[in-house]
Design a protein around this ligand. Structure first.
Ligand SMILES: *[C@@H]1O[C@H](CO)[C@@H](O)[C@H](O)[C@H]1NC(C)=O
Ligand SMILES: *[C@@H]1O[C@H](CO)[C@@H](O)[C@H](O)[C@H]1NC(C)=O
Ligand SMILES: *[C@@H]1O[C@H](CO)[C@@H](O)[C@H](O)[C@H]1NC(C)=O
Length: 507
């Protein structure tokens, strides 16, 4: 019988599965929706696809985002905000309802490829002082039970995105890694549970925050260029904090008997504004290094198998809490309106320079700004209070020291604040008064790095052509497996082809 044909058959299958494997090493990104003027879901999904992202993580089951992701081919991790952990920990029924409304419906009615539910968001963060320590694990168990009940136990995995502060090292070396002592047994219980259910552990790692927290942090060590003086840990030399931090986790896992649990990096990235170290150059340097690692499928010294990575984040969010710092609203690869902040080479498989592509079809409000009147006086007693009012209702985080608008003179500074308020208020009548200190202008007041923005016109986006209501879904189960079906079809065709080839040889 034809050994050669068997070899051919083997070769075909081999190349086919290799293709599958290569295609799997995809690009993931976090899509946060805490913006005063969020881009419409449809525009964002197009932005994701145009830029080669095939996985996205949402912090909550945002209906507009999820509907737009339907039948997009993009895999989705959907998050449960921390405030839901308590009710979900108390009752399986609450979890069943949550899964029905926020997972099953989107899979069956809209064809969303939900792969994972992220239960809570960094619930054991030290600054929360234990607020979610009692509720996270029971909520995780209830959501897992609810997924199984909904028949989604295999398709949709659960995880808990944790901040890297859940582990530490006493020796300053990765090999000293172990889980924080106040949550050690809780971590072991959760990891055991994830492991039993074939679920990944999710960790957020932020080299930017290492630099932000410590002014003596060696700057090169925050990036991937390998120029930092290495930290030597036994046979391994670390030249960047990302790998050292990640391997601290791998050591902690190994020490506690979980050396093979899959790990997802749920968030990693670099902000572009709101702090002297949050700037375009550093963000480009860090994120290019990160994207290169993802594309090359690079692992770490302790674990060669690369983790799945979700970059943080996709778009700036001007309504995020700035408790962590002013930079918090500037993590996007893209500006609030989907324009490109800086170029990155997203080249997926060699050949061609794949740069970032901006969002398409974005509608803006009129080209007009709100500025301080030329005749208004800097010594006007109402000025300070007017600026504070503007900045407590709109995003002034670019005005801080070392930020993109940090070098404006006092007059332009006031104008910036007034304009942000005016734009955030959709250029409404009466939103450019400020005790008669402000007036509108059609001359762009932007200077150097400081951009005076014009907001997206949500109204224009909100009136899309009416679509007829979708017919009741009879074929939900066939829709769910759309993507899988395609793969199965291709495999069948290949096998059929192989068999036909082999028989032909034998005859
Ligand atoms: C911004 O967020 C706060 C709470 O976080 C919310 O009350 C407010 O409505 C949001 N503003 C806009 C314009 O979305
Ligand atoms: C689904 O998620 C949304 C957003 O987090 C939440 O408000 C809602 O209560 C959830 N549905 C159920 C049934 O729990
Ligand atoms: C500009 O405004 C911000 C926000 O109110 C303030 O913190 C800063 O000191 C101001 N800078 C100047 C130069 O007036």
């Amino acid at each position: 019988m034809g050994v050669r044909s068997l070899l051919f058959c083997f070769f075909f299958l081999y190349t086919f599965f290799l293709e599958l494997f290569v295609a799997k090493a995809g690009l993931g990104v976090n899509w946060g929706t805490r913006a005063t003027h969020p881009l419409p879901g449809g525009i964002v999904v197009k932005l994701l696809k145009d830029n080669g992202f095939d996985k996205v993580k949402l912090f909550e089951p945002d209906p507009d985002a999820l509907k737009a992701l339907g039948n997009s081919g993009i895999q989705v991790m959907v998050g449960i905000p921390n405030e839901f952990l308590l009710p979900l920990s108390n009752s399986v029924q609450a979890a069943v309802d949550w899964v029905r409304q926020n997972v099953s419906t989107y899979i069956s009615r809209y064809g969303v490829d939900i792969r994972c539910v992220a239960v809570g968001n960094e619930p054991f963060l030290k600054t929360y002082k234990g607020a979610f320590q009692q509720t996270t694990f029971p909520a995780l168990q209830n959501i897992q039970a609810a997924l199984i009940k909904a028949g989604l136990g295999r398709q949709v995995k659960v995880t808990v995105p944790l901040n890297a502060d859940v582990y530490q090292t006493d020796t300053n070396l990765p090999s000293g890694g172990d889980f924080r002592s106040d949550i050690h047994s809780l971590m072991i219980s959760i990891i055991k549970f994830l492991s039993l259910n074939a679920c990944p552990l999710t960790i957020n790692i932020y080299p930017f925050l290492s630099l932000y927290a410590d002014s003596h942090f060696p700057i090169d060590y925050a990036f991937f260029s390998g120029s930092a003086s290495p930290i030597v840990d036994g046979p391994i030399s670390y030249t960047n904090v990302f790998e050292a931090n990640y391997d601290t986790l791998i050591w902690a896992l190994e020490k506690n008997g979980f050396s093979s649990i899959p790990v997802i990096i749920g968030e990693v990235g670099w902000p572009t504004d709101g702090d002297p170290n949050a700037n375009i150059n550093y963000a480009r340097r860090f994120n290019q290094g990160l994207v290169d690692r993802i594309i090359q499928g690079q692992g770490s010294p302790k674990r060669a198998n690369p983790p799945e990575i979700f970059i943080f984040g996709l778009i700036d969010e001007d309504n995020k809490s700035i408790d962590p710092g002013n930079f918090e609203r500037h993590w996007g690869l893209f500006n609030y309106d989907g324009t490109v902040k800086y170029q990155l080479n997203m080249n997926m498989k060699g050949g061609g320079q794949g740069g970032l592509v901006p969002a398409k079809g974005v509608k803006y409000m009129a080209r007009q700004w709100c500025v301080m009147k030329p005749e208004a006086s800097l010594s006007d007693p109402q000025l300070g209070q007017s600026i504070s009012y503007a900045c407590s209702n709109a995003d002034c985080t670019s005005l801080g020291y070392g930020s993109s608008c940090g070098r404006l003179d006092a007059r332009s500074n006031a104008s910036y604040a007034f304009n942000m308020y005016y734009q955030t208020a959709n250029q409404q009548k009466g939103s450019c008064e400020f005790n008669n200190l402000a007036a509108t202008t059609t001359r762009d007041p932007s200077q150097d790095s400081c951009k005076f923005e014009i907001m997206i016109d949500i109204g224009k986006h909100e009136a899309p052509p009416r679509r007829s209501p979708s017919p009741p879904s009879l074929s939900s189960s066939t829709k769910i497996h759309n993507n899988n079906n395609n793969i199965v079809m291709v495999i069948l065709i290949w096998i059929a082809g192989c068999c036909w080839w082999c028989r032909w040889c034998i005859i």
